[in-house]
Design a protein around this ligand. Structure first.
Ligand SMILES: [Zn+2]
Ligand SMILES: [Zn+2]
Length: 294
Protein backbone atom coordinates (compact mmCIF):
# COMPACT_ATOMS: atom_id res chain seq x y z
CA UNK A 1 0.00 0.00 0.00
CA UNK A 2 1.28 3.46 -0.91
CA UNK A 3 1.09 6.36 1.54
CA UNK A 4 -2.01 8.55 1.09
CA UNK A 5 0.26 11.60 0.72
CA UNK A 6 3.51 10.41 -0.88
CA UNK A 7 5.18 7.63 -2.85
CA UNK A 8 6.54 5.78 0.18
CA UNK A 9 5.01 2.66 1.65
CA UNK A 10 2.06 3.28 3.99
CA UNK A 11 2.54 1.43 7.29
CA UNK A 12 -0.16 2.99 9.48
CA UNK A 13 -3.88 2.84 8.74
CA UNK A 14 -5.81 6.04 9.47
CA UNK A 15 -9.48 5.16 9.91
CA UNK A 16 -10.81 8.66 9.30
CA UNK A 17 -9.01 8.69 5.93
CA UNK A 18 -9.79 5.08 5.16
CA UNK A 19 -6.22 4.86 3.91
CA UNK A 20 -2.60 4.04 4.75
CA UNK A 21 0.11 6.60 5.49
CA UNK A 22 3.87 6.50 6.08
CA UNK A 23 5.27 7.30 9.54
CA UNK A 24 6.33 10.81 8.61
CA UNK A 25 2.91 11.69 7.22
CA UNK A 26 1.18 10.06 10.16
CA UNK A 27 3.04 12.33 12.54
CA UNK A 28 2.16 15.35 10.39
CA UNK A 29 -1.48 14.28 10.20
CA UNK A 30 -1.66 13.82 13.97
CA UNK A 31 0.14 17.01 15.02
CA UNK A 32 -1.79 19.11 12.52
CA UNK A 33 -5.02 18.06 14.21
CA UNK A 34 -3.65 18.72 17.68
CA UNK A 35 -2.49 22.12 16.43
CA UNK A 36 -5.99 22.86 15.14
CA UNK A 37 -7.20 22.58 18.76
CA UNK A 38 -4.33 24.30 20.56
CA UNK A 39 -4.36 27.32 18.27
CA UNK A 40 -7.80 28.15 19.71
CA UNK A 41 -6.33 28.46 23.21
CA UNK A 42 -5.02 31.97 23.93
CA UNK A 43 -1.26 32.49 23.38
CA UNK A 44 0.69 32.13 26.61
CA UNK A 45 -2.08 30.16 28.39
CA UNK A 46 -1.33 27.37 30.84
CA UNK A 47 -2.82 23.87 30.60
CA UNK A 48 -3.03 21.19 33.28
CA UNK A 49 -3.30 17.72 31.68
CA UNK A 50 -5.26 15.03 33.46
CA UNK A 51 -3.11 11.97 32.79
CA UNK A 52 -4.28 8.45 33.67
CA UNK A 53 -1.33 6.75 31.99
CA UNK A 54 -3.60 5.28 29.31
CA UNK A 55 -2.73 5.77 25.63
CA UNK A 56 -5.06 8.74 25.07
CA UNK A 57 -3.86 10.98 27.87
CA UNK A 58 -0.23 10.05 27.15
CA UNK A 59 -0.64 10.83 23.42
CA UNK A 60 -2.47 14.09 24.18
CA UNK A 61 0.25 15.29 26.54
CA UNK A 62 3.18 14.28 24.35
CA UNK A 63 1.76 15.66 21.09
CA UNK A 64 0.74 18.89 22.83
CA UNK A 65 4.25 19.30 24.19
CA UNK A 66 5.51 19.35 20.57
CA UNK A 67 2.96 21.98 19.49
CA UNK A 68 3.02 24.11 22.67
CA UNK A 69 6.11 26.25 21.90
CA UNK A 70 4.39 27.67 18.81
CA UNK A 71 1.74 29.26 21.03
CA UNK A 72 3.97 29.72 24.10
CA UNK A 73 1.73 27.41 26.12
CA UNK A 74 2.82 26.27 29.56
CA UNK A 75 1.97 22.62 30.24
CA UNK A 76 1.68 20.68 33.48
CA UNK A 77 0.20 17.30 34.34
CA UNK A 78 -1.79 15.76 37.18
CA UNK A 79 -2.76 12.18 37.94
CA UNK A 80 -5.72 11.29 40.12
CA UNK A 81 -4.29 8.31 41.93
CA UNK A 82 -6.41 5.66 43.61
CA UNK A 83 -3.50 3.68 45.05
CA UNK A 84 -4.48 0.69 42.89
CA UNK A 85 -2.24 0.97 39.83
CA UNK A 86 1.41 1.67 40.73
CA UNK A 87 2.52 1.09 37.12
CA UNK A 88 0.37 4.05 36.03
CA UNK A 89 2.07 6.23 38.62
CA UNK A 90 5.43 5.13 37.17
CA UNK A 91 4.30 6.01 33.62
CA UNK A 92 3.19 9.41 34.89
CA UNK A 93 6.47 10.12 36.65
CA UNK A 94 8.70 9.08 33.77
CA UNK A 95 6.64 11.09 31.29
CA UNK A 96 6.58 14.32 33.29
CA UNK A 97 10.30 13.97 33.94
CA UNK A 98 11.07 13.41 30.28
CA UNK A 99 8.95 16.37 29.24
CA UNK A 100 10.30 18.50 32.12
CA UNK A 101 7.00 19.71 33.46
CA UNK A 102 5.25 19.98 36.78
CA UNK A 103 3.66 16.65 37.75
CA UNK A 104 1.01 16.75 40.47
CA UNK A 105 -0.04 13.50 42.15
CA UNK A 106 -3.55 13.86 43.55
CA UNK A 107 -3.85 11.00 46.02
CA UNK A 108 -7.47 10.05 46.63
CA UNK A 109 -6.58 8.47 49.95
CA UNK A 110 -5.56 11.92 51.18
CA UNK A 111 -9.00 13.16 50.18
CA UNK A 112 -10.57 10.31 52.14
CA UNK A 113 -12.03 8.75 49.02
CA UNK A 114 -12.05 5.04 48.33
CA UNK A 115 -13.26 3.80 44.98
CA UNK A 116 -16.06 1.32 45.75
CA UNK A 117 -15.63 -2.28 44.49
CA UNK A 118 -18.97 -2.32 42.63
CA UNK A 119 -17.98 -1.41 39.05
CA UNK A 120 -21.05 0.71 38.35
CA UNK A 121 -20.51 2.80 41.48
CA UNK A 122 -16.76 2.95 40.78
CA UNK A 123 -17.35 4.48 37.36
CA UNK A 124 -19.63 7.13 38.79
CA UNK A 125 -17.24 7.99 41.63
CA UNK A 126 -14.28 8.13 39.25
CA UNK A 127 -16.08 10.50 36.88
CA UNK A 128 -17.24 12.95 39.55
CA UNK A 129 -13.93 12.89 41.42
CA UNK A 130 -11.75 13.33 38.32
CA UNK A 131 -13.73 16.26 36.96
CA UNK A 132 -13.84 18.00 40.31
CA UNK A 133 -10.26 17.52 41.45
CA UNK A 134 -8.66 18.36 38.10
CA UNK A 135 -10.63 21.60 37.94
CA UNK A 136 -9.86 22.45 41.55
CA UNK A 137 -6.13 21.80 41.27
CA UNK A 138 -5.98 23.74 38.02
CA UNK A 139 -7.73 26.77 39.56
CA UNK A 140 -5.68 26.64 42.77
CA UNK A 141 -2.40 26.42 40.88
CA UNK A 142 -3.24 29.16 38.42
CA UNK A 143 -3.76 27.06 35.28
CA UNK A 144 -6.22 28.45 32.72
CA UNK A 145 -7.32 25.10 31.31
CA UNK A 146 -7.75 21.43 32.13
CA UNK A 147 -6.74 19.23 29.18
CA UNK A 148 -7.98 15.67 28.75
CA UNK A 149 -7.39 12.75 26.38
CA UNK A 150 -10.90 12.54 24.91
CA UNK A 151 -10.63 11.64 21.22
CA UNK A 152 -12.93 11.83 18.20
CA UNK A 153 -14.42 8.39 18.91
CA UNK A 154 -15.33 9.52 22.43
CA UNK A 155 -16.88 12.71 21.03
CA UNK A 156 -18.89 10.76 18.45
CA UNK A 157 -20.14 8.49 21.22
CA UNK A 158 -21.00 11.41 23.56
CA UNK A 159 -22.81 13.20 20.74
CA UNK A 160 -24.76 10.14 19.71
CA UNK A 161 -25.60 9.24 23.28
CA UNK A 162 -26.76 12.77 24.08
CA UNK A 163 -29.07 12.66 21.08
CA UNK A 164 -30.58 9.27 21.86
CA UNK A 165 -31.14 10.21 25.50
CA UNK A 166 -32.34 13.70 24.57
CA UNK A 167 -29.88 15.41 26.92
CA UNK A 168 -28.92 18.60 25.16
CA UNK A 169 -27.07 20.37 27.98
CA UNK A 170 -23.73 18.79 27.24
CA UNK A 171 -24.11 19.53 23.53
CA UNK A 172 -25.02 23.16 24.17
CA UNK A 173 -22.29 24.04 26.61
CA UNK A 174 -19.39 21.63 26.28
CA UNK A 175 -19.38 19.99 22.87
CA UNK A 176 -16.22 21.61 21.57
CA UNK A 177 -12.48 21.08 21.46
CA UNK A 178 -11.97 24.18 23.62
CA UNK A 179 -14.29 25.86 26.12
CA UNK A 180 -13.33 29.15 27.74
CA UNK A 181 -12.29 29.52 31.39
CA UNK A 182 -14.74 31.27 33.72
CA UNK A 183 -12.58 32.50 36.60
CA UNK A 184 -15.56 34.22 38.27
CA UNK A 185 -17.00 30.72 38.82
CA UNK A 186 -13.64 29.11 39.62
CA UNK A 187 -13.96 27.13 36.43
CA UNK A 188 -10.94 26.30 34.31
CA UNK A 189 -11.53 26.05 30.54
CA UNK A 190 -11.46 22.62 28.93
CA UNK A 191 -9.18 21.51 26.09
CA UNK A 192 -9.35 18.23 24.19
CA UNK A 193 -6.21 18.07 22.02
CA UNK A 194 -7.29 14.73 20.47
CA UNK A 195 -10.73 16.04 19.45
CA UNK A 196 -10.06 15.36 15.74
CA UNK A 197 -8.12 12.06 15.92
CA UNK A 198 -9.42 8.54 16.48
CA UNK A 199 -8.81 5.95 19.14
CA UNK A 200 -6.51 3.97 16.85
CA UNK A 201 -4.61 7.15 15.88
CA UNK A 202 -3.80 7.71 19.57
CA UNK A 203 -2.64 4.11 19.93
CA UNK A 204 -0.50 4.33 16.79
CA UNK A 205 1.01 7.60 18.01
CA UNK A 206 2.20 6.20 21.36
CA UNK A 207 3.53 3.08 19.61
CA UNK A 208 5.40 5.06 16.99
CA UNK A 209 6.95 7.36 19.61
CA UNK A 210 7.73 4.45 21.94
CA UNK A 211 5.92 6.14 24.85
CA UNK A 212 5.21 4.29 28.09
CA UNK A 213 1.55 3.58 28.86
CA UNK A 214 -0.30 1.47 31.40
CA UNK A 215 -3.59 -0.34 31.60
CA UNK A 216 -5.75 1.87 33.81
CA UNK A 217 -7.66 -1.14 35.13
CA UNK A 218 -11.04 0.48 35.07
CA UNK A 219 -13.21 -2.32 36.47
CA UNK A 220 -16.11 -1.31 34.26
CA UNK A 221 -14.16 -1.13 31.01
CA UNK A 222 -15.84 -2.99 28.19
CA UNK A 223 -19.09 -3.42 30.08
CA UNK A 224 -20.70 -0.01 29.74
CA UNK A 225 -22.87 1.60 27.11
CA UNK A 226 -19.84 2.90 25.21
CA UNK A 227 -18.66 -0.63 24.63
CA UNK A 228 -21.90 -1.36 22.78
CA UNK A 229 -22.31 1.87 20.85
CA UNK A 230 -18.74 2.52 19.74
CA UNK A 231 -18.53 -0.64 17.58
CA UNK A 232 -21.73 0.46 15.80
CA UNK A 233 -20.24 3.87 15.03
CA UNK A 234 -17.07 2.12 13.87
CA UNK A 235 -19.11 0.05 11.43
CA UNK A 236 -20.40 3.25 9.87
CA UNK A 237 -16.88 4.65 9.59
CA UNK A 238 -15.57 1.46 8.03
CA UNK A 239 -17.95 1.98 5.15
CA UNK A 240 -17.72 5.78 5.01
CA UNK A 241 -14.32 6.81 6.47
CA UNK A 242 -15.05 10.53 6.93
CA UNK A 243 -18.48 9.96 8.50
CA UNK A 244 -17.53 10.34 12.17
CA UNK A 245 -15.44 13.45 11.58
CA UNK A 246 -18.44 14.91 9.78
CA UNK A 247 -20.84 13.77 12.47
CA UNK A 248 -18.80 15.48 15.22
CA UNK A 249 -18.30 18.62 13.09
CA UNK A 250 -22.01 18.85 12.37
CA UNK A 251 -23.04 18.49 16.00
CA UNK A 252 -20.46 21.03 17.09
CA UNK A 253 -21.67 23.58 14.54
CA UNK A 254 -25.32 22.96 15.36
CA UNK A 255 -24.60 23.46 19.04
CA UNK A 256 -22.98 26.81 18.22
CA UNK A 257 -25.97 27.94 16.16
CA UNK A 258 -28.44 27.12 18.89
CA UNK A 259 -29.30 29.76 21.43
CA UNK A 260 -29.41 27.77 24.62
CA UNK A 261 -30.87 29.17 27.82
CA UNK A 262 -28.18 30.82 30.00
CA UNK A 263 -26.30 28.29 32.03
CA UNK A 264 -27.14 28.21 35.71
CA UNK A 265 -23.97 28.19 37.79
CA UNK A 266 -23.79 28.59 41.56
CA UNK A 267 -20.90 28.17 43.93
CA UNK A 268 -21.12 25.14 46.22
CA UNK A 269 -22.11 26.01 49.80
CA UNK A 270 -19.48 23.65 51.19
CA UNK A 271 -16.40 24.04 49.00
CA UNK A 272 -17.02 27.18 46.92
CA UNK A 273 -16.54 25.45 43.56
CA UNK A 274 -19.09 25.57 40.72
CA UNK A 275 -22.30 23.54 40.71
CA UNK A 276 -25.77 23.83 39.22
CA UNK A 277 -27.39 23.12 42.60
CA UNK A 278 -26.62 24.20 46.18
CA UNK A 279 -24.02 21.56 47.06
CA UNK A 280 -21.75 20.15 44.34
CA UNK A 281 -21.68 16.51 43.25
CA UNK A 282 -18.24 15.99 44.80
CA UNK A 283 -19.25 17.24 48.26
CA UNK A 284 -22.47 15.20 48.15
CA UNK A 285 -20.52 12.12 47.12
CA UNK A 286 -17.94 12.62 49.83
CA UNK A 287 -20.66 12.88 52.46
CA UNK A 288 -22.30 9.72 51.20
CA UNK A 289 -19.03 7.76 51.15
CA UNK A 290 -18.23 8.91 54.69
CA UNK A 291 -21.63 7.79 55.90
CA UNK A 292 -21.26 4.38 54.25
CA UNK A 293 -17.86 3.78 55.79
CA UNK A 294 -19.14 4.48 59.32
ZN1 LIG B 1 3.95 9.69 3.17
ZN1 LIG C 1 -18.58 21.27 46.86
Amino acid sequence: MKCHYCQREGTIFVENLGDWVCEEHFERYFLKRVDRVLRRVGKGSSLLFGVSGGKDSVAALHASSLVAPKYRLKLGAAIVYTGLAPDCLEVFKSLTEELRMEGVVIDLREWGIKVPPDPRAACFVCGVVNRYLLNRYAVERGYDYVATGHNLDDMAYFGFNNLITHSLDYLFYQYDSVTKPMPEYKMAGKVKPLFWVSDSDALNYVKMKGLPTCVTKCPYEGRDKQAEIKPLLNQVRKKWPSSLVNFVSSLRELAKMAEPPPRKINLCEKCGYPTSGRVCAFCRLKERLEREVV
